[in-house]
Write a protein that binds this ligand. Structure first.
Ligand code: SF4
Ligand code: SF4
Length: 440
């Protein structure tokens, strides 16, 4: 094991020159052709973080490239060695606290900002939150967390969970937590169309008890997020961004649809029609990508991260790297700016492929579903499965999805799809998601 790590670390440092690792980062099927890891523009030695930004009123200077829930200890160590000093984790990421604890061994604890998250569950008592928070600290093997967040606050009411705040006050007094935060990357319109990400996070900004937000923001999802980021600037709240690259989800679409079509010979006509609308849009996007020389997904991903970094109200972008090469690609983006050419590339991408992205934290179509399907939540799990390689977590989440799952989409005429202002062929996407997330 030790030997393997050594080899990986060496390769991480040299991979700019040889471009041999992390094929998963660049080898894709579907819309994109298989291609070699192309790091030619980045062959400038091992990349380091070159920019730190103040995380709102915490005053902590965090690296502009932060660490999302990186599961590989070696990759996380390499990120920390390169100067990454913001780590996002949470009690619901299986085994991740321990990965962070291992990667932090022997390092200066004060130099890294570690955030963990607690879900608001049935037990809303102060004692319940204290117990869970202490377990997180134990797993993280740390005296304190820099920040504990409410994970995925669904409603304004959730923000005001008294037991959580009482527990945090006690932990602050004990010196075991420094700041409180909140995360949100989805809305539950099928339950309550009033409770958008924008509404919840704007209320959190006004509330005054939340010092850091973890939220969805990308070049295809700007409207709600930019309002929230502006409120963060006014209230001096630190911002960590997730879902910054809404493109990877397209990698496997075509092969998924082909597989579905092959495996479902006798399907309901409405099912076939939904799948066809989806498939047609994927084909159109594929043609557009070829015509406009957009067939290097890594370049689009880089531009997407730079787009987020260009917003001065962003403190850090949480990047999810599975390999050393992916981490290295993220590190190269530290301190970089979005060029005019890259802006054009993103704009073209939106034009040709934007309708294949179900916007994180949207949900506008959900009230139109007669069955109460949580469209946006299911599409988020589909994103975890397809774009982030979090297959088992996505399947586990889907097994206990709130509301009705997407099996009911098989013989529906798709009113949700008609209601989507972004033209997302969501019925076919839901059917494909159901197929993948249940292996059914
Ligand atoms: S399908 Fe369209 S309206 Fe529905 S959640 Fe996705 S982006 Fe929003
Ligand atoms: S396809 Fe029909 S059942 Fe499925 S989410 Fe849309 S409206 Fe609801």
């Amino acid at each position: 094991m030790k030997k393997k790590m050594k080899v990986n670390r060496r390769n991480f440092l040299k991979s700019s020159a040889f471009g041999v690792l992390g094929a998963g980062a660049a080898v894709n099927t579907g819309l994109y052709r298989k291609e070699e890891n192309n790091l030619s523009s980045q062959e400038k030695g091992s990349p380091k973080i070159v920019q730190y930004r103040t995380l709102g009123r915490t005053g902590f200077r965090v690296s502009d490239i932060g660490a999302g829930s990186i599961k590989d200890k070696g990759v996380l160590e390499a990120a920390l060695d390169a100067g990454v000093n913001y780590i996002d984790t949470g009690e619901q990421y299986p085994g991740h606290h321990k990965v962070v604890a291992e990667a932090m061994k022997g390092r200066d604890r004060k130099s890294v900002f570690i955030t963990t998250k607690l879900q608001i569950k049935k037990d809303k008592s102060k004692q319940g939150f204290l117990r869970r928070a202490r377990r997180c600290l134990e797993e993280l093997d740390t005296e304190y967390a820099d920040c504990i967040m409410i994970h995925m606050a669904e409603t304004v009411e959730t923000l005001r969970t008294q037991g959580f705040h009482d527990a945090m006050d006690e932990l602050k007094t004990e010196g075991r937590v420094k700041h409180v935060g909140v995360s949100n990357h989805g809305s539950f319109w099928f339950q309550d169309p009033e409770e958008t990400m924008e509404k919840v996070l704007l209320a959190a900004a006004e509330d005054g008890r939340f010092d850091v937000f973890l939220m969805a923001y990308n070049f295809l999802k700007m409207d709600q997020s930019e309002k929230v980021l502006e409120a963060c600037r006014k209230n001096n709240i630190g911002t960590a961004i997730m879902k910054a690259t809404p493109i990877a989800i397209y990698y496997n679409l075509k092969s998924s649809i082909d597989k579905m079509e092959k495996e479902n010979k006798d399907i309901h006509p409405l099912y076939a029609a939904g799948l066809k609308r989806y498939s047609d849009k994927v084909e159109r996007a594929e043609g557009f990508i070829k015509q406009n020389n957009l067939d290097n997904p890594e370049k689009i991903k880089d531009a997407a991260i730079k787009f987020v970094l260009d917003n001065p109200n962003v403190s850090t972008v949480c990047c999810l790297a599975k390999t050393y090469t992916e981490m290295e690609q993220f590190l190269h983006l530290s301190g970089s700016r979005l060029s005019g050419t890259e802006r054009d590339r993103l704009s073209k991408y939106e034009q040709g492929c934007g309708d294949l992205y179900c916007r994180h934290a949207c949900g506008l179509c959900e009230p139109h579903c007669p069955q109460g399907v949580p469209v946006n939540t299911i599409m988020r799990y589909y994103h975890y499965f397809n774009a982030q390689g979090r297959e088992s977590e996505a399947m586990h989440n889907y097994a206990s999805v709130p509301g009705t799952n997407a099996e009911v989409c098989r013989n529906c005429s798709g009113p949700c799809e008609k209601a989507c202002p972004f033209g997302v062929p969501v019925q076919g996407m839901l059917l494909t998601a159901h197929h993948q997330l249940t292996l059914g």
